[in-house]
Design a protein around this ligand. Structure first.
Ligand code: ATP
Length: 357
């Protein structure tokens, strides 16, 4: 049973505000991903929790006790790093048992915990090997076992799978999630890979320039990005600058109904997910679709991606269509935005729905 709280936590390096007044409560047994672009401060935040960096100000509490004055080795945390950090001159079992030895556990108990750790990560029987005799994925599993045998209250992971190939990465993260659920351990996982965060997290703290831009469950973050940064960063999105003309949103020669509850006069941006953009033949009679030209179609396996250029809009719009739909390059089509979000300044976006009749 462990919770983690970051309270007004900041870390400044000279004039760089790497982490700037963040507040975050992580629930017992929660898997929280800190996600964001390079330099947003996620690693610095994690390193402060681990005790490798001293906060400039603010507090870090585990189970409601402050840990900021404790040295890294006295904190109830364990960290898995991006690079396999196994000691090359030690066997796998020595690597896993090292932290337990430092804690002065008896030899028998260490042996028992090491074999439980190996079992947990699916590498029973590998104890006698040296790290160089293991694949990258196996080494990272050992690094995970080494962290888990310490029975930390909070497990910290800093891009642990990012140097592995794509297939292995997916396998290992599924495995990690299974183990984390089984042990009911509270985990903070840092990544810049949104797909990883969306597939793993109970909640995602999306970070930008040292602050938390949005804290939400993956589905909520995807469906309702609270800011333009979140809309742009998470998933594919068509972002269109819009003016207001005769009470309607105008983008190039295209129009959309305006939400009622916006403060008029500001600059608007309309955000449309590619899957919310229906693509139909140009001679479709239905309503007021946007006439465009198919620039490119790409087969993506179970669906097709279509790029459609529109009059007066610089970037072609992305749409996803079913594989069976017969749309060819250079064809004239009509686009129908069925759901879109309207952003105005820093205000919360307004959702609009226009299902095709
Ligand atoms: P990445 O994914 O590239 O590791 P990140 O989101 O983890 O990025 P941090 O490593 O936390 O970002 O860095 C946040 C900011 O703080 C960056 O501008 C970085 O240059 C700066 N920074 C980090 N560590 C130090 C340091 N020891 N000294 C000076 N500046 C630092």
């Amino acid at each position: 049973m462990s919770t983690l709280s970051l309270i007004n936590l900041s870390k400044h390096f000279g004039r760089v505000r790497a982490v700037d007044q963040i507040n975050l409560d992580v629930a017992d047994g929660e898997f929280l991903c800190m996600l964001g672009p390079s330099g947003c401060g996620k690693t610095t935040a994690l390193r402060m929790i681990a005790g490798f960096e001293t906060p400039t100000s603010g507090d870090i509490r585990i189970d409601d006790s402050s840990i900021v004055r404790l040295g890294a080795n006295r904190r109830p945390t364990a960290m898995v790093f991006q690079q396999y950090t196994l000691w090359p001159h030690m066997t796998v079992q020595e690597n896993i048992g090292f932290g337990l030895k430092l804690r002065r556990l008896g030899a028998q108990e260490i042996t028992r915990k090491v074999s439980e750790g190996l079992e947990m990560v699916g590498l029973a029987g590998y104890g006698e090997r040296y790290p160089r005799q293991l694949s990258g994925g196996q080494q990272q599993r050992i690094a995970l076992a080494r962290a888990l045998v310490l029975e930390p209250k909070i497990l910290l992971l800093d891009e642990p799978f990012s140097s592995l190939d794509a297939l292995l990465r997916v396998r290992l993260r599924e495995e990690l999630r299974r183990i984390q659920r089984k042990l009911h351990i509270t985990a903070i996982f840092v990544t810049h890979d949104q797909e990883e965060a969306l597939s793993l997290a109970d909640r995602i703290a999306l970070m930008n320039a040292g602050h938390i831009e949005q804290l939400a469950a993956p589905s909520e973050l995807y469906a309702n990005p609270a800011t333009l940064f979140a809309a742009d960063f998470i998933g594919a999105m068509n972002l269109l600058k819009a003016d207001v003309d005769q009470g309607q949103l105008q983008m190039g020669r295209q129009r959309l109904p305006m939400p009622e509850d916006v403060a008029h006069g500001q600059a608007f941006t309309v955000a449309i997910r590619p899957e919310d953009l229906a693509v139909l033949p140009a001679d479709t009679a239905a309503g007021d679709g946007w006439l465009g030209n198919v620039e490119q179609t790409m087969d993506m396996g179970h669906y097709r991606k279509v790029l459609v250029s529109l009059d007066g809009i610089d970037e072609p719009l992305k749409a996803y269509i079913p594989k069976v739909q017969p749309i060819a390059d250079n064809e004239s089509v009509k686009l129908y935005p069925q759901r879109y979000l309207v952003y105005e300044g820093g205000r919360k976006p307004v959702e609009m729905q226009r299902p095709l009749q």
